[in-house]
Structure formats: C-alpha cells, structure tokens
Design a protein around this ligand. Structure first.
Ligand code: BES
Ligand code: MN
Ligand code: ZN
Length: 522
C-alpha cells in the first residue's frame, strides 16, 4: 500500500519548473579589422572547387598560399561541398587554426550550401576547443549573407543537455567546449546598420527555433498538456492574450474529440490559444499545432520500436507557440494566433476505443477506427474552433501526423496539402528561402471516399494503407469550411535520428523558420 502510494506520488507529483528558453546564446558580431590583424582562436575561410587561388589566403602571406596550393594539388582538400580542412598556424598569424571549408562550384552556390558550410565549420571549430573565431563565410556572393551565416551558426551551436549531470558533447563524448563569440568580417563599413539588423533578426529566429527544439526534446514525464499551457502563458503581454481551456471548459464547449483522446491519461487535456494581436494588424494567420505530448497509440498500442521518440508528437504545438514568440520578438505586423490542442494518448480504463463515435465541436461525428490516428481527432476540434471563434484570414496546421509521410518524403521535406494555390506558392517559396522546405501532395476529390464511415460522418482511418498522408488531410478538410487553409505534415522533419548539418538529432524546430519567413512576406 505504501509502495503504491509512493508510486502514485512519483508519477503525478509536480515537477520542478523548467526553463525552456535558451541558455545564453553565443555572441555574433562584426570585426571591422584586417584579417591578418584579427586576434581570434580560429579563422574560417570559404573555398570553391573551381577557384585555383583563394583571395583570403593570399592576404595571409606566402606560406599559407603555398600550403593551400599543395593541399589542392594533392587533393587532400578538394573544396567540395561540406569538406573541411584544419591548418595549424604555428605562430605565423595571431590565430591558432585556419579552417578551409568547401562550398562546391561557384556557379552552383545556394543559400542552403552556405548554411551547411557554416554548420560544418562551426562544429569543427568547436572540436578544436577554440572559444572564438572569425568567419569569412559571409563574404560569398549571395544576398543577406550576414543573416544566413549568423542564423546557421546559432542553429548549429544548439545542444540539449539540461538532463545531463556532467556536460559532455553528444557527438564526440568528450567534455564540452563552448564558443563564446563568432566574428563576421565587416568589409562594408559604409552601411553597417543593415548588417547589424540582419544579425538581430537571425538571433530572434534562431532563438525561437531552438526554443521549439527544447520543447520537443523535453521528456514526456516533464512536459504534458498542463506544462505546455504554463509555458504558453509566459508569452502573455499587452499585445498577446493567452487563453487555456481545461477539461471542464472543454466539456462545456463540446470539444469532445480533444477530451476523448486525452481521456486515457492521468494528465488532462488542454486547448491553448496564444493570440498576438499588434496595433494596426490588418491580416491574421492562425497556426494550429498538434500537441500530443506522448503518443503511445492508446488502446491500439504501438509496438516498442514505434513508440520510442513519440514525445515528439507535440512538435506542431511547439512550432505554433515558437512562431508566435518569434512574431512578437520581431514585431511582425500581422496578427498571429497559436492554437494548440494538447493531450496525452494513453491506454487506460477511460481510454477512447476503436468503434467509439464522437460528436465533435463542429457538430460532425467521427467513428474511431484506430486510437493511434489521434492527431487528426484532436485537430478536428481545434480547426473548427479556430474557424468559428478566431475567424483568421488563413490557417496553417502543423502535425506529426502520419508515418506514411516519412515513407513518402523522408526526413528532409515537410508534406504540404492545400487547395489554396496562393498559399501553396507562397509557402513553397518561403521554404526555398529559409531552407525549411515543403513539397506538395495532392488533395484531390478522388481520395474523399477513403474516409467514409458506415455509421458516422467520417472515420479516422481509411480502408487501405495507401495514400495515408493524403487521406489524413482529407479527414482534416471536413473541419475547415471556407478559410484558406494549409496542412503541413512534419512527421519526417520534426525529429531526427541522425543530425543534418545545422539540424541536431532530436527536435529540429521544423516549421518555425518556414512560417516566420512566410509571415514576413505576407
Ligand atoms: N504520431 C503518429 C505519426 C508519426 C509517425 C509521427 C512517425 C512521427 C513519426 C500518428 O499519431 C500515428 O500514429 N499515425 C498512424 C496513423 C494510422 C493509425 C492511420 C500511422 O502513421 O501509422
Ligand atoms: Mn498515433
Ligand atoms: Zn500521433
């Protein structure tokens, strides 16, 4: 009996208040000095495959020029994309190391190539135990390089180690060294204000992305619907209203879909609204994020291998909240509303079941075919609530919705489904610009029949295993009447088993940079 009570206390006790915001971020600033005068631990130099000489190395003296020629001739360093080579400076200049980083062919240079080069260089510099470095990567011929380099460096510097009692590097296993300052070379002294604004913008967007990653990486015993609500409340300010509906309010309102999914868990569901409404806002965008704080599958329980990492099933919610945070900090002129249906999907005596029929907030009924298709169920209430009460000009929902999306598009690309051509084009472009890319799948009527129920308005699974990502979107479509709406399936992009350049293992912050870019051009 005592043991049982202890157990109860342990699983339900209030955890210590957690700080999800970033640790102090690295400094990024301009260094308006000549390259050979810089007193820094390391210098990063951009190199192109098709350039036989390097203008920056020429500034460092003939010893370095000779060494560069030798490295290129011997093919020890090819300057191909993401290749890196460390040179010890041995007292010839003030820095300890030079890092040559490859950018591939001059003509093929792309923003994403630059971001990846920044990540490759940043990690190598970190391994060299440098505490500051000068990067010349902002010198390449692309627009807004100060922004791109700073943002990618901030994103590459991220690590999630708040649960490690001894701080060690995740990749090398050795104790960690921190980079305190990244200097960018400022040759454009005549117009520094534009560049300085770019650095400030990069810092805000990266901080919001890293904040999103923290929310996703936090274990599900520490982050459940109530905690997510508490976190959202921190965004409250004169222009930002936060509303949290608890289980009693949800019941009164008729949000039976959110309640059904959350009912198997001791952690009760919430509907969280964060409404950033700046003075003079003319347009509004609602960002609806799936907030399943853990997806065990419910009664249709997942096998172990599939259940692992299902703390990431609130990545859409984390993104929605982080987008509002970024919009606030950037002072974006549009109204941006995060709408988060938060629940934990667990098996239990009170769990919803296959065969249940739920009357949703919209009035439409859902037949449950599988309790593991829970994301679309909570989103049905959230989407209908948004359209009816918030009446935004546009809705974007983000959800780690289907394993099928991972099969279709893998880990680099978010799935996009919409019948609004303008939103599709603008989001596609925002993806190309930000590197947070999306690819469209069709939402044609042909798929409609898949989600028919014999006894209710719609069923939460389709008959076959085919086109699972699209049929999930077809289900969601039932709950948006007329508002221009885009569904983003981030099942593949929100959480990684292997890091991708500036995206770490675990939570990536997928969707944050995409939607901030979209809002900036709205
Ligand atoms: N959260 C999962 C989808 C998922 C899978 C996200 C892998 C991230 C990585 C979702 O709730 C789910 O379980 N979907 C089912 C739907 C099926 C039962 C129709 C799936 O994809 O198998
Ligand atoms: Mn599921
Ligand atoms: Zn899920």
């Amino acid at each position: 009996m005592i043991f049982l009570n202890l157990l109860k206390q342990q699983t339900l006790n209030k955890t210590q208040s957690h700080n999800f915001s970033m640790k102090t971020m690295m400094n990024v600033q301009f260094l308006p000095k000549n390259i050979h005068e810089a007193k820094v631990d390391s210098i990063v130099i951009p190199c192109f495959e098709d350039e036989k000489t390097n203008q920056y190395i020429s500034l460092l003296g003939s010893d370095f020029v000779d060494e560069y020629q030798r490295l290129r001739k011997s093919k020890e360093f090819s300057a191909k994309k993401n290749k890196i080579h460390k040179i010890s400076c041995m007292g010839k200049i003030n820095a300890n190391y030079l890092f040559l980083v490859g950018l591939g062919k001059t003509k093929e240079l792309h923003n994403e190539t630059l971001r990846r080069a920044v990540a490759t260089a940043h990690k190598a510099v970190k391994r060299s135990k440098s505490s500051d470095y000068l990067s010349l990567l902002n010198q390449v011929d692309l627009p807004d390089t100060a922004f791109t380099v700073a943002e990618a460096a901030y994103l590459s510097d991220y690590s999630f180690d708040s649960y490690k009692t001894k701080k060690k590097d995740a990749e090398t296993g050795k104790s960690k060294s921190e980079i305190k300052t990244l200097f960018l070379w400022n040759t454009d002294e005549k117009n520094p204000s534009k560049s300085i604004k770019q650095l400030a913008r990069a810092k805000i967007i990266a901080a919001s992305t890293n904040y999103c990653r923290n929310l996703v990486n936090t274990p599900p015993n520490e982050l459940y619907p109530e905690v997510l609500a508490k976190e959202a409340r921190k965004l409250k300010s004169p222009n930002t209203k936060v509303t949290v509906f608890d289980e009693k309010a949800l019941k009164r309102m008729g949000c039976n879909a959110i309640l059904a999914v959350g009912n198997g868990s001791a952690r009760k569901p919430r509907l969280i609204i964060v409404d950033y409404n700046p003075k003079g806002a003319k347009k509004s965008l609602a960002v609806v994020g799936k907030g399943i704080t853990f997806d065990s599958g419910g009664l249709n329980i997942k096998p172990g291998a599939y259940m692992e990492s299902m703390k990431c099933d609130m990545s859409g919610a984390a993104c929605a909240i982080s987008v509002v945070k970024a919009a606030k900090d950037l002072g974006i002129k549009h109204r941006v509303i995060a709408v988060v249906p938060a629940a934990e999907n667990m098996p239990g005596a009170l769990s919803y079941r296959p065969d249940d029929v739920i009357k949703t907030y919209s009035g439409k009924t859902i037949e449950i075919g599988n309790t593991d298709a829970e994301g679309r169920v909570v989103l049905s209430d959230a989407l209908a609530f948004t359209e009816k009460n918030i009446k935004p000009d546009q809705i974007i929902d983000l959800a780690t919705l289907t394993g099928a999306c991972v099969v279709a598009l893998g880990y680099f690309t978010t799935g996009m489904m919409t019948s609004d051509e303008t939103m599709a084009t603008n989001l596609h472009n925002a993806g190309e610009l930000s590197g947070d890319r999306v690819w469209r799948l069709p939402l044609w009527e042909d798929y409609k029949d898949h989600m028919k129920s014999d006894i209710a308005d719609v069923k939460n699974i389709s008959k076959g295993r085919d086109s699972g990502t699209i049929t999930a979107a077809i289900f969601l479509q039932h709950f948006v009447k007329s508002t221009p709406w885009v569904h983003l399936d981030i099942a593949g992009t929100a959480f990684l088993k292997e890091s991708q350049f500036y995206k770490p293992k675990g939570g990536t912050g997928a969707g944050v940079r995409l939607i901030v870019e979209y809002l900036s051009s709205m």
